[in-house]
Design a protein around this ligand. Structure first.
Ligand code: ADP
Ligand code: VHF
Length: 373
C-alpha cells in the first residue's frame, strides 16, 4: 500500500480495457465502480476530470474489418465509438458530462491552450464532468499525442490538477511486465525516473491498449516535473476505489519533487520568453501584489511589443517589472481595450475572452531580483 498526498483536483485516466473490456463495445462492468468513486470524491468537494480512451474499441463492431484497419477505418471507428463512450459515461451521472476533444496541435498552440484551460475551468466551476479524449477523427500521426497516458499528463498540466490517476488493467509498475515474468514485483513508490526505470516498461497488455507501461511512465515523468503526483492503479479492482477515498491505496505512487505552484512559477519565470510588456497603473499594481488579483484591462495604461493571445508578457509599473504572465488577448486588441472596464470588452472587440487580461492562475509575482515572491 502507498499513501497519496491529499488532493483537490485530479485527472482520472481510464484505459480502453476498462471502457470496452471485450474489445467490442462499451460496458458498465468496471465503470460503475469508477463512477461511484467520482461521485463520492465530488461530494467531498474534490474536482475530477476524466481522460477516457475507448472510442476506437467501442466503434470496432460497427466498422468490421478482417484486415489491420486503415487510418480512415480507425477514424471511422473513433467517430462512432466516441458517441457511445460519452453516452456510456453520462448514464452514471446526474450532472452533465462534457466532451472535450483535443489534438497535440491544440496543446502546442498558445491561443488554443488558453482556450482549453478556460473551458475546463468553466466546466468545473459549473459542476460538469469534463471527459477528454484525443480528437482521433482529425488527428494524423504528426498531429497526435498518440496515447491517452501522455494526453492525461498534458490535461493535468493544462487544468492545473495536483494529481493524475491512471486506471489500467494492472496493479501498477512492476519490476518487469508481469504477464511475461511471473516473478515480477510491484514497485509502490517512484521518486525519480531515469533510463533504468524506463527499462522496466514493456508494451501493451491487451489488444485494445496503446503504449503499455512506457507511455504511463512518460506521463508520470511529465507530471512529476510539473509538481503533480501520479498514481497507477488497477481499475478492474473495485477495492482500489474504496482505498482511493481513504488515500491509502494499492498501486504505484509517483512523487513530485516540488509543489504544482512552485513548478508552475518556475515554468512561468524561467522557461517562457516574454514577447512584450504591459505597463500598469499603481492601483492595478497594488491589487496584483497585495490582493493576488487577476490583471484587468482597466489597469493597463500602455502596451509594448507584438504578441498573440497565450504569449508570456512582462508586467511593469513605473518601469519596474513586478510580474509575468500569459495574456488572454493579443497586443493589437489590448491596445483597443486598455483602460476599459471589463464589461466594455465585448463591444470594443466584437468578442469576449474573459474579464481578465492576465488570469491570476497564469501570473507570477516577481521581487526586485526577478524571482517569484
Ligand atoms: N513493468 C511493467 N509493469 C506493469 N505492466 C507492464 C510492465 N511492462 C508492460 N506492462 C503491460 O502494460 C499493460 C498496461 O498498458 P496498456 O495495455 O496500454 O493498458 P491501458 O489500456 O490501461 O493503457 C499491462 O497490462 C502490462 O501487460
Ligand atoms: N484515443 C484512443 C485511445 C488511445 C489510447 O491511448 O488507449 P489506451 O492505451 O487504452 O488508453 C481511443 O479513444 O480509442
Amino acid at each position: 500500500m502507498t499513501q497519496l498526498f491529499s488532493w483537490q483536483r485530479a485527472v482520472l485516466k481510464v484505459g480502453s480495457a476498462l471502457i470496452a473490456p471485450d474489445g467490442l463495445q462499451c460496458s458498465a462492468r468496471y465503470l460503475l465502480t469508477i463512477a461511484h468513486f467520482i461521485t463520492a470524491s465530488r461530494a467531498a468537494g474534490k474536482e475530477i476530470i476524466i481522460v477516457s480512451s475507448g472510442s476506437v474499441a467501442a466503434g470496432k463492431s460497427q466498422v468490421p474489418v478482417t484486415h489491420c484497419p486503415t487510418i480512415a477505418e480507425k477514424q471511422a471507428m473513433a467517430a462512432i465509438g466516441q458517441m457511445q463512450m460519452m453516452a456510456n459515461w453520462q448514464r452514471f451521472f446526474d450532472i452533465p458530462c462534457a466532451q472535450v476533444l483535443v489534438t497535440a496541435a491544440d496543446l502546442q498552440h498558445r491561443q488554443r491552450y488558453v482556450n482549453i484551460q478556460a473551458t475546463l475551468r468553466e466546466l468545473l466551476a459549473h459542476g460538469a464532468l469534463p471527459v477528454v479524449n484525443e480528437n482521433d477523427t482529425v488527428a494524423v500521426d504528426e498531429l497526435k499525442v498518440g496515447d491517452n497516458d501522455n494526453l492525461a499528463a498534458h490535461t493535468a498540466m493544462v487544468a492545473q490538477a495536483d494529481t493524475l490517476i491512471i486506471c489500467s488493467d494492472i496493479d501498477g509498475l512492476f519490476t518487469a511486465d508481469p504477464r511475461r515474468h511471473a516473478d515480477a514485483t510491484l514497485i509502490e513508490t517512484v521518486s525519480h525516473i531515469d533510463a533504468s526505470v524506463y527499462a522496466l516498461a514493456g508494451g501493451p497488455g491487451s489488444a485494445v491498449g496503446t503504449g503499455g507501461m512506457l507511455t504511463k511512465l512518460q506521463a508520470a515523468h511529465k507530471c512529476m516535473d510539473s509538481g503533480i503526483q501520479g498514481l497507477i492503479v488497477n481499475g478492474k479492482n473495485p477495492a482500489v476505489f474504496e482505498q482511493l477515498l481513504t488515500g491509502r491505496v494499492n498501486g504505484t505512487h509517483f512523487i513530485p519533487s516540488h509543489s504544482p505552484a512552485r513548478a508552475r512559477c518556475a515554468w512561468l519565470t524561467h522557461t517562457l520568453r516574454t514577447r512584450g510588456t504591459l505597463h500598469i497603473d499603481t492601483g492595478a499594481s497594488q491589487a496584483l501584489m497585495t490582493r493576488q488579483t487577476s490583471l484587468l484591462p482597466a489597469g493597463v495604461v500602455a502596451v509594448t511589443g507584438s504578441f498573440g493571445a497565450g504569449d508570456a508578457v512582462a508586467i511593469q509599473c513605473h518601469g519596474v517589472t513586478i510580474a509575468k504572465g500569459l495574456v488572454q488577448y493579443d497586443s493589437k486588441d489590448l491596445l483597443t481595450i486598455k483602460g476599459l472596464h471589463s464589461c466594455q470588452i465585448a463591444s470594443a472587440l466584437g468578442y469576449y475572452q474573459g474579464d481578465e487580461v492576465v488570469h491570476r492562475d497564469n501570473l507570477v509575482r516577481l521581487n526586485d531580483g526577478g524571482q517569484p515572491t
